[in-house]
Design a protein around this ligand. Structure first.
Ligand SMILES: *Cc1c(COP(=O)(O)O)cnc(C)c1O
Length: 226
C-alpha cells in the first residue's frame, strides 16, 4: 500500500521533471511521516524510501529512537517550526533542519551539534507570501541570514525552504514558488553555494518542480490523510 503510493509519487515527480525539461534525478523525495507511526516509516523504508520529514520534535525523536536499527540508512529532516528550547534535541538527533528563520536558532544548533556527528545540513525557511504571522525570514533579509549561517561551525547551509499559502491553480502555485527560486538565485549570485530548494507538497509538487524545486516534501500522497 505505502509502496504503491510511493511509486505513484515517484511517477508524478518524473512526469513533472519531463514536462519541465529537467533530469528526474535532480529532485529528491522527502517522505513526511508526521502523525504516522514507526511501522509506516518502516514500510516506506522497505519500499526503498530513505529520507523522512518530521514536524514535531518530540514525535520525530521518538520515531528515530524506535527505528534505531535502521538509523544508518535513514536520513531524518526536521521541517517544523523550531523553538529555542528544542534546538538541542534536534541537533543531537536529526540530519537536516529546513526551518531556520533566525540567526539565534542557527547559533544554538551550531553550538549544540555534537562534534562526533557530521555537520547538520540546514535550509533557511523563506516567507514568500508575506503573511506577518507566518514563519520564515522575509525575502529581503534572507541573504544576510544566509551569510551569517554559512559562517557558523558544525552546520552546512544547503538551501532554502518555503511553504506558500495553498493556491488554486498551477500558474499561481508556480508564481509563488518562483519567488523562493529568485531568492535562491540571489544568494547563489552573492557567492554562497546552495544546492537545495525545498519546495512542494502533495497538492502542488508539479508546480514546485516547474519552479526549480530540488526536494519535494510529500506526506498525504504517501501515507494517507492525517
Ligand atoms: C505536513 C507538511 C508537508 C507535507 O504535506 P502534505 O500536504 O501532506 O504532502 C510538507 N512540508 C511541511 C513543512 C509540512 O508541515
Amino acid at each position: 500500500m505505502i509502496g504503491d503510493k510511493l511509486q505513484q509519487v515517484r511517477t508524478r515527480i518524473v512526469t513533472a521533471c519531463t514536462a519541465a525539461g529537467r533530469d528526474p534525478a535532480s529532485v529528491r523525495l522527502l517522505a513526511v511521516s508526521k502523525t504516522f507511526d514507526a511501522a509506516a516509516v518502516r514500510a516506506a523504508h522497505a519500499a526503498g524510501q530513505r529520507a523522512f520529514g518530521e514536524n514535531y520534535v518530540q514525535e520525530g525523536v521518538a520515531k528515530i529512537e524506535a527505528l534505531a536499527d535502521l538509523r544508518a540508512e535513514l536520513e531524518w529532516h526536521c521541517i517544523g517550526p523550531l523553538q529555542s528550547n528544542k534546538t538541542r534535541v534536534v541537533a543531537e538527533h536529526f540530519d537536516w533542519v529546513h526551518s531556520i528563520d533566525r540567526l539565534k536558532i542557527a547559533e544554538r544548533l551550531a553550538e549544540q551539534r555534537p562534534t562526533g556527528l557530521p555537520p547538520l545540513q540546514v535550509c533557511l525557511q523563506v516567507n514568500v507570501d508575506g503573511g506577518a504571522n507566518k514563519s520564515g525570514v522575509a525575502p529581503e533579509d534572507a541573504l544576510a541570514l544566509a551569510q551569517a549561517v554559512a559562517a557558523l561551525p558544525r552546520l552546512r547551509l544547503r538551501g532554502l525552504m518555503a511553504i506558500p499559502e495553498p493556491a488554486p491553480d498551477f500558474e499561481s502555485q508556480r508564481a509563488l514558488f518562483l519567488r523562493a527560486a529568485a531568492v535562491f538565485e540571489q544568494i547563489r549570485a552573492a557567492g554562497i553555494e546552495l544546492d537545495t530548494l525545498s519546495l512542494g507538497m502533495s497538492a502542488d509538487l508539479e508546480a514546485a518542480v516547474a519552479a526549480g524545486s530540488t526536494m519535494v516534501r510529500v506526506g498525504t500522497a504517501i501515507f494517507g490523510q492525517r
